[in-house]
Design a protein. Structure first.
Length: 308
């Protein structure tokens, strides 16, 4: 019973989040200056041609009617048709999404591979050289913007050293530098969290009790303390994955990756309402599903969450 109620609450929160974001993005895109019909018609088009395009696109209808039609389309998983290419928006998104998702997954893996050992090492060797290096990495990672980190990595490893390709998405090597740039800031946040969570656990009574029983320090640290220290990390890591998914769109521009970033920017420049709306809602759904999965994972690791 507790599990069913927990799942229904989380599912209701997911639906509400997607609804609110859908509503917000619908009205925000209509604040963007410019008329999509004028952009499509061109500078030499007559007023009658522009009006005909408005009627075909449906932008001449009352705003409330457009909003109701938009919500009904979302319920049917229909994101509309792109004004510019006249292709289904969902097809355009799904065509580019594998590039963005692959970049995000690789960056997420790098961030965990860096943050977990470095955060734990900083905690168990407090005020040592390792701890200072870990905190320095965390500060620099949070201070340097991802796009600037990407430019620095391009200059060093592609232009000067020639280790990685400069642009494109033809092989795994093309994704290494973008993933490193995307992972730097997110892993910095996780390093600080892992360190502080691990320090809190090492100072609790059950750790002192385990040591008094004669357990080896490695067992106390990594089997008992680390397991509990990772509980808050699971939640934050899931949120960081969502941030990476959004940040990947910017990183893709730096490295000229044919992902969602270029697609969405073309939609913004062309006042392509369905493409902008569909793209934001799609990312919101992915972000909400990620948080939903993280909630399920956290409740599995910590059953007290389901009861509460």
């Amino acid at each position: 019973m507790h599990v069913t109620r927990f799942l229904l609450r989380r599912l209701g929160r997911l639906i509400l989040t997607v609804f609110l974001i859908s509503t917000l993005v619908f009205f925000l895109v209509r604040v963007i200056p410019g008329d999509p019909a004028s952009v499509i018609a061109g500078v030499d088009a007559s007023q009658s041609d522009i009006q005909n395009i408005r009627e075909r696109l449906g932008t001449d209808e009352p705003l409330l009617q457009q909003y109701v039609s938009w919500l009904w389309s979302i319920l049917r998983f229909d994101f509309g048709t792109s004004f510019a290419s006249e292709e289904p928006v969902l097809d355009l998104i799904l065509e580019r999404f594998p590039v963005t998702l692959g970049l995000t997954l690789l960056a997420f893996g790098i961030s965990l591979a860096v943050a977990l050992p470095l955060g734990v090492l900083s905690a168990v060797k407090r005020w040592s050289l390792w701890d200072y290096l870990g905190m320095l990495y965390a500060q620099l990672g949070m201070a340097i913007p991802g796009f600037w980190m990407g430019i620095l990595l391009l200059l060093l490893f592609s232009v000067y050293l020639g280790v990685f390709p400069l642009f494109g998405a033809g092989s795994f090597a093309h994704f290494v530098l973008p993933a490193m740039a995307l992972a730097a800031g997110r892993s910095a946040v996780l390093v600080r969290l892992v360190r502080s969570s691990m320090i809190d656990e090492l100072e609790k009574e059950y750790v002192l009790t385990a040591r008094s029983k004669g357990l080896r320090e490695g067992v106390v640290r990594y089997r008992h303390a680390l397991r509990n220290a990772l509980l808050p990390v699971i939640t934050v890591a899931g949120i960081q994955f969502g941030y990476m998914l959004g940040g990947a769109i910017i990183i893709e521009q730096v490295f000229s990756l044919p992902g969602l970033g270029r697609l969405f920017l073309s939609g913004i420049y062309g006042r392509d309402f369905p493409l902008i709306q569909g793209g934001v809602v799609f990312l919101a759904v992915v972000f909400s599903l990620t948080n939903f999965v993280v909630d399920l994972l956290y409740s599995w690791v910590n059953p007290k969450v389901r009861i509460g």
